[in-house]
Design a binder for this molecule. Sequence first.
Ligand SMILES: [Zn+2]
Ligand SMILES: [Zn+2]
Length: 95
Amino acid sequence: MSVHGPIAGAQRGIMASLSEDDFSCPVCQEIFKNPVVLSCSHSFCKGCLQQFWRTKKTQECPVCRRRSSRDDPPVSLVIGSLRLCLFYGRYGRLN
Ligand SMILES: [Zn+2]
Ligand SMILES: [Zn+2]
């Protein structure tokens, strides 16, 4: 089984063109590994999130404590959306 798919390749390409600060996991402070995004739009490494959930015995966001109804968070394919969130967070909303 290979870990090198089109998705992994795309993520590597996107990450290479952006600064590390924009893509660090709030749990481990490292660049996301297998980034997943929760319904509250916070992103984490899949491994970090699952470990956090195991430890807490509840499926809540490590940042905002919002409960997730899913036990298998969707993989963040469009990691660029995270950058958009940061952009709007800094400069305010469009409307
Ligand atoms: Zn992490
Ligand atoms: Zn959250």
